[in-house]
Design a protein. Structure first.
Length: 414
């Protein structure tokens, strides 16, 4: 390479490279691909009384399709098993066309609507899709023991009194397994009612996939610290969390939490964007606590200096961890006896590395020389945050974004 100074190199790359996917929300907010038409029976409703009646009469192999409109709930939509292959979905692919509204997250009582949708007692293969649930006293979606294979798709959850999506344990310690949450937005319009909140909180769940979602403002009132936006714990295992955007959240992804042996086990955290402004207090963005054999790969974290070690792994039970190709503005920290392998992470990233941190856009700019072509090849990270193939250049880029070159024919053209 010619003996260019770093500044000249940055300038040269700026002329010859384009950054793909300059929208901060390119992947999660792209309109979700339409779901296949429901199988089995279809019950169509267009009023809240009709919706409640359809829920009470729900049978296996049936989908309730809700017409566009606002439905002020008079009671929780209780889906009691045993049931299989059921669904409730909006009639269009626009999640904001159907709005289910509760009594608010801070009324004097729940007014008969503690939850938006509740499932339990042996509900398998339940789809909740294409709708908004807002202003709920506790949980907009409550998955009680006996629920298996829930699919939450293209939903918008706004202002929950506690956790937005909750997966509970049964008396034997078993949880809700094989869940998928994708193409959804989970947010507070201001803050939670208290510190006791999470975007997704699953206890004892196995094989969950959480992908292509946006989490916004998962924060507590001033002086309190909200829980992680994604919390998989109490003997959960093999979670995949990828392609998500976290904006101004107090905490991000947590596999395990307490000093309990095997609070989580295995799983992958990859290709996520996490951004927080300097004015928003917060804690760790990615946390592995008593979760052996977890992989944290190609994530981008920019907390504007609000927390010194935005990626942490902790406790003696955390062994065999791999933390590779992550780009962050702080450091990676091993705490309290945790052990693992750290490879080709780039720490101390500046705002100039990214297109627009204020807007939550963590796509790389030409200034991110330290991250471009600096990563390790990872066989289980074949795409980036935008779904584009890796590598585009001589090697993997560090972080969730893989930049693509313009075909200029220049020696710097990748």
């Amino acid at each position: 390479m010619p003996p260019l100074t770093r500044a000249l190199l940055v300038a040269a790359i700026a002329l010859m490279f384009e950054v793909i996917g300059s929208r901060a929300d390119a992947r999660p907010a792209t309109p979700a691909p339409p779901l296949p038409a429901p199988t089995g029976s279809v019950v169509r409703v267009s009023s809240e009384p009709q919706l409640q009646a359809a829920i009470r009469g729900l049978r296996s192999n049936t989908t309730i399709v809700v017409a566009p409109g606002t439905y002020v709930l008079t009671r929780t939509l209780w889906i009691q098993g045993p049931l299989a292959n059921i669904g409730i979905r909006g009639a269009t692919d626009n999640r904001d066309d159907v709005v289910l509204v509760g009594a608010g997250m801070e009324p004097a009582s729940d007014r008969g609507v503690p939850f938006g949708i509740w499932t339990g007692g042996g509900v398998r293969d339940v789809t909740i899709a294409n709708l908004t649930i807002r202003d709920i006293y506790q949980h907009p979606i409550m998955l009680n023991p006996g629920t298996q294979k829930p699919h939450i798709y293209n939903v918008h959850l706004v202002d929950a009194g506690e956790q937005f999506i909750k997966g509970n344990l049964d008396s034997a310690g078993g949880g809700v397994n094989d869940g998928i949450v994708e193409h959804s937005i989970i947010e507070y319009t201001t803050t939670a009612a208290s510190f006791y909140t999470n975007g997704i909180d699953v206890l004892g769940g196995a094989n969950w996939i959480i992908r292509d979602n946006e989490f916004r403002n998962i924060v507590a009132p001033p002086g309190q610290l909200a829980g992680p936006s994604v919390l998989m714990w109490r003997h959960s295992r093999d979670t995949l969390t990828e392609g998500n955007l976290f904006v101004n959240c107090a905490r991000g992804i947590s596999y395990g939490l307490d000093e309990t042996a095997f609070d989580h086990e295995g799983g992958i955290i990859r290709n996520n964007f996490f951004v927080r402004s300097a004015g928003q207090p917060g804690d760790v963005a990615i946390y592995v606590g008593n979760s052996p054999n977890t992989q944290v790969l190609n994530n981008t974290v920019f907390v504007s200096g609000s927390y010194a070690s935005p990626i942490e792994y902790r406790f003696p039970g955390t062994t065999g961890v791999v933390i590779a190709n992550n780009l962050l503005d702080g450091v990676v920290s091993a705490r309290d006896g945790a052990t693992g392998t750290e490879t080709t992470n780039v720490t101390g990233a500046g705002a100039a590395f990214f297109v627009n941190t204020t807007a939550g856009d963590l796509h790389l700019t030409a200034a991110a020389v330290a991250a471009i072509d600096s990563g390790t090849t990872l066989p289980n990270v074949l795409e980036d945050w935008d779904g584009e193939a890796r590598p585009q250049g001589a090697a993997y880029d560090v972080g969730a974004d893989e930049v693509k070159a313009v075909g200029t024919g220049s020696p710097l053209d990748r």
